[in-house]
Design a protein around this ligand. Structure first.
Ligand code: ADP
Ligand code: MG
Length: 250
């Protein structure tokens, strides 16, 4: 059996009429953690949204193969059901919807099975214990008065409950403090097994010390231009993106 989970070949993506991804290649095996770094505007979030099947991001060329199947034509909810998860922060508060309600609905929608209240409570409790989240958190209203760190915990809890095959974490938040970084690292550590994979998008080097990724990739102007290990990230940390930019700009 193949160990390959995700294979992206020559991916070209457009937003409206603007080409953002320009021939991106990436392969991810089961059991691996990949980090994607790159300067602002390189197309990192575009890659995340494209993988998730956001309707605004149009794949105009290339192929996305997930778990042995071409998913180019699948809609976001279908990709979710196949086990692709994109973590993002719900910016607005949702009055009257608790964390538990929200997660139960999400789990029902991804699995296509109604989640029974008591049974789900138990699963949720287990995951919260794993992530060191206090019990009363489940009954708080989603994002109402949540600190940045609590929102981050919510994302990790969501990931733990949904148990995706591929989790994509787009760490756009420039205010990620050490506690939030530790929350992410913990979430990743708890989710990770031999059957799933995690892609972390970040421009923070700090997070890598905790994550211990198998691969680090540099995304520049819509393509992955270099791949390596944590040393590549350290190099970028030392020298910035200028050297890489100079090398690959035409
Ligand atoms: P990154 O996450 O690496 O900072 P993005 O994927 O967000 O980069 O953006 C890549 C390019 O796509 C940028 O030039 C940005 O202006 C453009 N872009 C991103 N989202 C949109 C959008 N919704 N509409 C139009 N242009 C966009
Ligand atoms: Mg981004």
């Amino acid at each position: 059996m193949s160990n390959k989970l995700l294979k992206i070949k020559n991916l070209h993506t457009k937003i409206e009429d603007k080409e953002i991804l320009k021939g991106l290649d990436l392969e991810v095996n089961k059991g691996e953690i990949h980090v994607i770094m790159g300067p602002n505007g390189a197309g990192k979030s575009t890659l995340a949204y494209t993988l998730m099947g956001h309707p605004k991001y149009k794949t105009v060329d290339g192929e996305i193969e997930f778990d042995g199947e071409n998913i180019n034509e699948l809609k976001a909810d279908e990709r979710g059901q196949k086990g692709i998860f994109l973590s993002f922060q719900y910016p607005e508060e949702i009055p009257g919807v608790t964390v538990e309600d929200f997660l139960r609905t999400a789990k029902s929608s991804v699995t296509g099975k109604r989640q029974m209240v008591m049974k789900f409570k138990k699963v949720l409790k287990e995951k919260m214990d794993l992530l060191d989240i206090k019990e009363e958190y489940a009954s708080r209203y989603l994002n109402q008065g949540f600190s940045g760190g609590e929102k981050k915990k919510n994302e990790m809890l969501q990931m733990a409950v949904l148990e995706p095959k591929l989790a994509i974490l787009d760490e756009t938040d420039s205010g990620l403090d050490v506690d939030a970084i530790k929350t992410v690292a913990k979430g990743v550590k708890e989710l990770k097994n031999d059957e799933n994979s995690i892609i972390v998008i970040t421009h923070y080097n700090k997070i890598l010390e905790y994550l211990k990724p198998d691969y680090v990739h540099i995304l520049l102007d819509g393509k992955i231009v270099e791949s390596g290990d944590i040393n590549l990230a350290n190099e970028i940390d030392d020298k910035g993106y200028e050297t890489v930019k100079a090398k690959y700009s035409r």
